[in-house]
Design a protein around this ligand. Structure first.
Ligand code: FES
Length: 74
């Protein structure tokens, strides 16, 4: 991956993994610190995390399922 670009990877039955130079901010514009500095940010997609906006792996016990694939064009 090009280090200058942000990549948001949709993980099967799990979170969004955000890699690259990105700031996560609350509705007031205040930065939310990455709990694992220097590592990708992992954002909850299932709504069950107790540490929102971060994933805490609660998606596994909740039975969340979603396997997104990009639409193919042409
Ligand atoms: S996606 Fe992991 S806790 Fe929601």
């Amino acid at each position: 991956m090009d280090d200058a670009r942000v990549e948001i990877r949709v993980r099967d039955d799990g979170p969004y993994k955000v890699s690259g130079p990105v700031r996560l901010v609350d509705p007031d514009g205040n930065e939310i610190a990455n709990p694992e500095p220097g590592r990708p940010i992992v954002l909850c997609r299932c709504g069950q995390s107790h540490t929102k906006p971060f994933c805490d792996a609660a998606h596994k016990a909740s039975g969340f399922t979603s396997c997104v694939r990009a639409a193919r064009h042409g």
